[in-house]
Design a protein around this ligand. Sequence first.
Ligand SMILES: [Zn+2]
Ligand SMILES: [Zn+2]
Length: 370
Amino acid sequence: MKNLFFISALLCFFNSQSQEHSHKSTRALSFPDISGYVTLKTDLHQHTVFSDGNVWPTIRVQEALRDNLDVISLTEHIEYQPHLADIPHPDRNRSYEIALEEAKNHDLMLIHGTEITRRAPAGHSNAIFVSDVNSLMQKDSVAQFAAAKSQGAFVFWNHPAWYAQRPQGNPILSNFQKERIANKELHGIEVINTTDYSEEALAIALENDLTIMGTSDIHGLIDWDYIEKGYSRPVTLVFSKERTKASLKEALFEGRTVAVFNELIVGKSEYVKPLLKACIKIENATYISNTEILKIELKNISSNNILFENTMDYTFYSSSPVFEIKGGETKTLQVKTLKKLTSLNLQLKAISAYDAPKSHPIINWFISLD
Ligand SMILES: [Zn+2]
Ligand SMILES: [Zn+2]
């Protein structure tokens, strides 16, 4: 027995030695690709000591690797620099450059970004895919947006419902934003920022064809603010033709995104539906012998728990019509089809997901049986 233990311990050792160098952990996020697109997991709103965050930029890269993200952006405030006495910060591109160096040996894309930080009605906006943050240091916010546009930046409106700027906790689309949208200087909006979700921001996104975003806006540690509370950080899933910066940028401008925070999944119907469909794989479907009860095994191949409700005429033998499939787990349904069918259109409403305010997407899986 001792020898056996020694051999298996040795095998374990060699196995772990032969594995690629990886920072992934058990909390790694995972989402399937959808037809025609690679699903990129992004967190495009984060801070470090180079604005009002509490960590060095290298930590943001290491956290992203632990969460299995594909893309991050460090978006330091241009106008809010509380550490300036200790970190004079004459070159506003430094946090990006330090993170880029840390990420160079890893499969993580770094996007150069910054946060334009103004009072309401302009509020806060992130400009990403910028080439030089120093040239965005301008007094006039209108000039800043024009400068971001001249660099080809993708710009999104941050936490538009933030109660420090909007005491009712509701976003107000002001003339400032309307003009920026008309000038093609504002392209997206956060519907999820930190732990906050705004249905009103989703309505603004859909009415103005803005890209739907979800971000952590992390200032401290992802572990302390999210993981230890049992959460995953909010992310924007971007459906990109290829795994390249150019393709990612195109997808953001085209609005091919879904915002995710734990069970909450928010996006335009054309992206949220294929995503949810791809998350659930039909593993097996057979009748219980001598019955008309169809057993269907559904595997959730994503890392997120998803809540469904049965919307078929057929009812279930076991389980509530409302049920959860935890990330990575399999759930068996028992559907009373009343007679033996040759195929079934499994139809479930994803009640933890939204494709518009108050609207849950309905997902169909065609199952052939024989
Ligand atoms: Zn902000
Ligand atoms: Zn921020």
